[in-house]
Ligand binder design. Structure first.
Ligand code: HEM
Length: 444
């Protein structure tokens, strides 16, 4: 039997309005800007730029350290990106949609579905500032410190070994999708373990996470927006269920601690709890899967680098930094000026947005010699900005780095002749860059 979910006419109007104001108008504006050759618009929407955004990012760089895109200010400069992300003159915001006029923004807020809040909607930690940001971050950060993460290393190694055992059961010449069979499952199992999600729910969490990943992008079609909204509904409903389960039968995990925290002014209300849990869960695997997929693809194409890493495995941590620099899993973020200020000698008014192209900053020739060359021996690869900077610096950076190192080192130790097979497909998302499918053969 199939069931259909009936939506009230009011909700349908709200959804249409919310899409129109957040994405529809922007699409119209961006399509016009693409015809005028605006590089920011091309990076956001032009299908021909998806495969290789780097040439277009270089066009932004060529225009100067801070340029006026059709939608917001844009920078490809490492120094400007780093300064904006750390500057007290800027705050996190819900992305370029916040650049809408105040009245439009108010209508969008009215039209927003409280049961479908996403990672760029308050109270997500990503888009709030102190004192709330400090409160959320303090409650969860102890689990993600470098020291706490090191203690997880044996568990992560065990998960990686189990997944590789599975892959080793295949014939060496039989193509297998590395994203499905390894790059996704490793971070999903790890973050689910940290957040107390039972094994039988992993597949569901993964499907819901994938459905909401495009919510970070701008200029979605009505259909994409509808899919994302349904994904967010499903994700929030699932989270409610999961949190209720932990309330009734708490475990040792982080979310059980949050649910049962004493009310000493630091306790999260239900909406905050759902936003924090949802962000940790989705950010925990939707990004790291790309680090693993991008790393595997880059290293399969670099036999000299593989040979070096085989001979000197202590270099793996640096190699992971170079993967993060070269193919930033999060390509872009941005900030809103909270007062009139100056950036790279140009006046930026309070309320205006600066889009920081993290991936372009990572290829700034002022900081990285031969920036378009993938070089696992690069001494300063760690200066990349793939984890952002300032107050919103990625909470899970230590975990992602460790998963990247354990995952990639174990993969190539087990299958030194891992080779690409036909049929690789990139993810359709723009903010997140990675592989949707990466067929490989394990035996060369
Ligand atoms: C390679 C993997 C990862 C990459 C590239 C990445 C990247 C980022 C970036 C760029 C930001 C900041 C965005 C901004 O400044 O606007 C961020 C924030 C965040 N990340 Fe990650 N991330 C990764 C893995 C993880 C993992 C494993 C977790 C685990 C829970 C995580 C949790 C978070 C959280 C909670 C925030 C919000 C922090 C805040 O706003 O204070 N990330 N991440």
């Amino acid at each position: 039997m199939t069931t259909t979910t009936r939506r009230s006419p009011r909700r349908s109007v709200q959804t249409a309005l919310s899409w129109g104001l957040q994405h529809g108008l922007v699409r119209t504006m961006l399509n016009r800007a693409i015809r005028d050759g605006d590089p920011q618009a091309r990076l956001i929407l032009d299908p021909s730029v998806r495969e290789d955004p780097y040439a277009t990012q270089e066009q932004v760089r060529a225009l100067g350290p801070l340029v006026r895109g059709r939608l917001t200010w844009v920078t490809a400069s490492h120094a400007v990106t780093r300064d904006v992300l750390r500057s007290p003159d800027f705050a996190a915001s819900g992305g370029a949609q916040e650049a809408l006029p105040p009245v439009t923004r108010r209508v969008v807020r009215w039209a927003l579905d409280a049961r479908a809040l996403g990672p760029l909607d308050p109270p997500s930690m990503l888009v709030v500032e102190p004192p709330d940001h400090t409160r959320y971050r303090r409650l969860v950060s102890k689990v993600f410190t470098a020291r706490a993460v090191e203690q997880l290393r044996p568990d992560v190694q065990q998960v990686a070994d189990e997944l590789l055992d599975e892959l080793a059961r295949r014939r060496p010449d039989e193509p297998v999708d590395l994203v499905e069979g390894f790059a996704t499952l490793l971070p999903v199992r790890v973050i689910c373990h940290i957040l107390g999600v039972p094994d039988h729910e992993h597949a569901r969490v993964l499907a819901l996470g994938n459905a909401v990943a495009p919510s970070l992008d701008l200029g979605l079609t009505y259909r994409q927006y509808g899919e994302v909204q349904r994904g967010l509904h499903g994700f929030n409903a699932w989270l409610d269920q999961h949190l209720a389960r932990l309330r009734a039968a708490p475990g040792e995990d982080l979310l059980s601690q949050l649910v049962h925290a004493e009310d000493d002014g630091g306790r999260l209300d239900d909406v905050e709890l759902r936003a924090t849990a949802g962000l940790l869960l989705a950010a925990g695997f939707e990004t790291t899967v790309n680090l693993l997929g991008n790393g595997a693809a880059l290293l399969m194409a670099a036999p000299d680098a593989r040979a070096l890493l085989r001979a000197e495995p202590e270099r793996w941590a640096d190699a992971v930094e170079e993967v993060l620099r070269f193919e930033s899993p999060v390509q872009v973020t941005g900030r809103m000026a909270v007062r009139d200020t100056t950036v790279a000698g140009r006046p930026v008014a309070g309320g205006e947005h600066v889009t920081t192209l993290l991936a372009a900053a990572n290829r700034d020739p002022e900081v990285f010699a031969d920036p378009h060359v993938f070089d696992v021996t690069r001494a300063n690869a760690r200066e990349h900005l793939s984890f952002s900077g300032g107050r919103h610096f990625c909470l899970g950076a230590a975990l992602a780095r460790m998963e990247g190192e354990v995952g990639l080192a174990s993969l190539f130790a087990r299958f030194p002749d891992l080779s690409p097979a036909p049929g690789a497909v990139r993810r359709p998302t723009r903010v997140l860059r990675g592989w949707e499918r990466l067929p490989v053969t394990t035996g060369g």
